[in-house]
Design a protein around this ligand. Sequence first.
Ligand code: GAP
Length: 480
Amino acid sequence: MISNDQQKFQAIISHSKEYGFVFQSSEIYDGLSAVYDYGPWGSELKKNLREAWWNEMTRMHDNIVGIDAAIFMHPTTWKASGHVDNFSDPMIDNKDSKKRYRVDHLIEGFADELVKAGKTADAEQLLATMDSLLAANDFAGVKQLIDAKNMKCAVSGTCNWTDVRQFNLMFSTQIGSVAEEANEIYLRPETAQGIFVNFLNVQKSARMKIPFGIAQIGKAFRNEIVARQFIFRMREFEQMEMQFFIRPGTQQEWYTYWKAERMKWHTSMGIPAENYRFHDHVKLAHYADAAVDIEYAFPIGWKEVEGIHSRTDFDLKSHQQYSGKKLQYFDTEINQNYVPYVIETSIGLDRMFLLTLCHAYHEEKWTKEDGTDDSRVVLKIPAKIAPIKLAILPLLKKEGLPEIAREIMNQCRNEFYCFYEEKDTIGKRYRRMDALGTPFCITIDHQTKDDQTVTIRYRDTMKQERIPIEGLVDFIKSKF
Ligand code: GAP
């Protein structure tokens, strides 16, 4: 049973592997650091989360349309976006272990130890000092702070540090068939730029009027130096981003609107509001005039799951300058041409997946009526995003019960994801469905043959009742 949050996190990682949610990439070759594969139920859950976001953005907002841009982009894109010059993290190396750390992670780790030792005020003071030094790009000051606190490398145990230096996080590769002709290009570190360079294509072809948004879901790649904490920080991950194009001067109003709108979506996913909080950025990215993170209380602490950024006209203006093409909008309401301002919402799909698992994972223990103990691991995933909605379980493998179960399966499988299982005792099958987060199981027994009813078992309460087969599809659908 779980005794603390770190152990809960480890238990979630093990559960993910055992039940086919997430595997380490290339595991048979000892894995590839910070790269993960999604298994049968993980890919289904991820697809449901992706769909929930996509439907919310594109179907529920008349003025947002989607695109699917390529991962490779012209290399000048990244010069214009500022990623070539600015997309770097301050790092420090330990000279003895040769291990490289992101300085904010090193200092945050030290602050965590202070909290564990009961020195919460010291930890808060340390983090506030770090924030102000990083906001001022004062790397010498950060180095002094690390030295003054005698922060040690976890591998060598020494305080023998290099100076703080910046490292670019973009992956590069070559495009072109012959080495001499090859050009260096980057794997996109964010999906947003595919939206900016298509701003006019979309605005004109879909006849959009400001204010309007463009949404996109896709892979992004970052050579994260300190990649740990499972799928929280990956080198290949998926983003769900939306750029909302607005009239200059209205950014404060739309920034407030999107903060509220996105928080509403998070709580609509079945996660209570007290598990979320806003965290304003102290150090703003090169493109932003305001930025906030939506953080979730993960077992590893409060961590960012989504960013909302007021990006001004930085990106469009910069692409205009580098490409020599006008990226402007004629606003008929005010008879003016301008480069629109942008509010961005950017959420990591893998982080949303991790959040869903962390919230859903429960280890339960109870004493049964006969006095014996029982326990289970259950994923209380909201029914609308659960990988399997309904498990169809004939009590026996004979006496016509599988045939009836198969018939029910054929009625339901077009409507939602169903799973048929006839192996093992019914108790074991229920436990397995709990572990996969299946909200409803139905059992077909001898009574079914007499009165065309089945037993439905509810995952969260474990309560059971009999319901007619007729109307089953609508009954299950009404639950999500
Ligand atoms: N276009 C803006 C942008 O990319 P960001 O704050 O760097 O902003 C947005 O990233 C979101 O992408 C984060 O809130 C997080 O959920 C996700 N994300 C960023 N880096 C990640 C990584 N290495 N692994 C997994 N998710 C990541």
